[in-house]
Design a binder for this molecule. Sequence first.
Ligand code: TYD
Ligand code: MG
Length: 458
Amino acid sequence: MGKIKTRYVCQECGYISLKWMGKCPECESWQSFVEEFVESKKGNNKNSIGNLGKPIKLKDIELEMENRFSTFNGELDRVLGGGIVRGSLVLVGGDPGIGKSTLLIQVANNIGKKNLSVLYVSGEESLKQIKMRADRLKIDNENLFIVSENNLEYISKYVEEYKPDLLIIDSIQTIYNPDIASAPGSVSQVREGTATLMKLSKKMGIATFIVGHVTKTGSIAGPKVLEHMVDTVLYFEGEKHNVYRVLRAVKNRFGSTNEIGIFEMTNDGLIEVTNPSHLFLAHRPKKVAGSVVVASIEGTRPVLIELQALISPTNFGTPRRMATGIDYNRVVMLMAVLEKKVGLRLQAQDGYINVVGGIQLSEPAVDLAIVAAVASSFRNKVIDYQTIIFGEVGLTGEVRSVNFAEKRIREAEKMGFKTCVIPKGNLGGLPKLENVEVIGVENVYEALDIILGGKAVG
Ligand code: TYD
Ligand code: MG
C-alpha cells in the first residue's frame, strides 16, 4: 500500500488542487471541486498505451490490413469515417435517455450477426433489463455476450478471457477501480477506467465503444474529461420530445469530424435516416410568410432544411431576439444588415428564428435564408414553395459565394424544387441544369427583390 493523500479535483475539467476552491481557475465552473483520495504507487506508468517498446523508424512501422470493420449501420459508419478501427477507443457522449444504449446494443447485434464477437458491459442495468430492451428491439444473437459489472478488474479479466472483436462499456461513469478510493464517476475513476480500457484495446486489437453521460452538475465527471484520451469522440444530440437524433463526430483520429449521422427514435429502436431532406421538409406549411428552405451542407451531405422567422411588434422597450438551432449573434447581425441596407424597420420588432427539426446549422451559407425568412415574415409576403436559398451575407449586404454550390442545387433538384437563389459568384462553376432555374444575386437587396417581389423592399 502506498501513502494515501487527498486532493480536490474539478469534475468538469479535471483541474487538481491541494485545497478546496469554490470556483475552478481553469474552466471557471462553480462548486465543481470534489475531494478524492489518491494512493501513490511508484513506478507505475498507467498512461502508457501499451508495450510499444523503444522508438523505431516511421517507415518500419507495419500497418495491419483490414483493420477497420463495418458496424453495419450506415449512419454510424459514416460518422466513424467508414467503420470502426480495431484497437481504437470511441467515446459516445450524450444526455441521459437520448438513446446511447439503444444505439450500441443495436450495433452489437449487427456485428454479432456477422460472426464477430461482442462483449457488452453494463454498469447501469441488470441483465434482465438488458434482456427486456433486447427483446423489444428483437435482438437475438449467438455472438453477443452481456455482463453486468462495475469493477474494472473483473471487466479486464472478462475481456482477456472472451477476446471480443468489439467491447462496449455502458457507461464509463459507473465503473470503478477498487484501488482508487474515490467514488465511481469521479474524475480519477473515469480517467483510470479509460486508461485501462485503452491499454487493453490497443494490446488486444479490440474496438471499444465507451458511453459517457453528459452531466450538468459537477457531481460526476462528464465526457470532456476524457476527450483527449480517446481516438474518437461522438456526441449523440437531439431533443427528448423530438424523435430525431443527430450523431456528430467532434474528434476523430481516423476520419473527418464534419460528418453527422441522423437517426429516428421509434418503438423498434433507432432507425437510420438516409434521406434527411425528406424528413426535415415533411411537415412544411404551404404558403405562409416567414418560412424558407435552405440547402445546408452537413458533413459531406447536402441537407434541405426549413427555416422559420416570426417578426412581431415588440411590447417592451427593447426588442427581443431569439434563435433556435442557429447562432444568436449571427441573427442579430443579419437583422441589423436588413435595417441598414434594405431599410426594414426592425428596431421595434421582436424577432424569433427557428430551424425546424431540432438540428443545428452553423455554416454562414444559411445567412441569406435567415435574411429572406425575416423579411418575408416582416412584410407578410410568402416565399415561393419551390424555391431554395443559400449564400453568405456580409456586413455591407453583399452576398458572398459559398462552397459546394452544385451539391446543394442537385439536392434541391432531387427533392423537386424549381428555383435556387444563390450567390452570383457561384454561377461560374455550375454546369447546365435542366430542371431548376438558378438565379445569382449580388446583394441582399437584389435577393429580396427576386424572392419577395419588387414592392417588398425599400
Ligand atoms: P437509452 O438508450 O436507454 O438512452 P441512454 O442510454 O442514452 O441513457 O434510451 C432511452 C430512451 O429511448 C427511453 O426514453 C425510451 C426510448 N426508446 C424508444 O423510444 N424506443 C426503443 O426501442 C428503445 C429501446 C428506447
Ligand atoms: Mg443507457
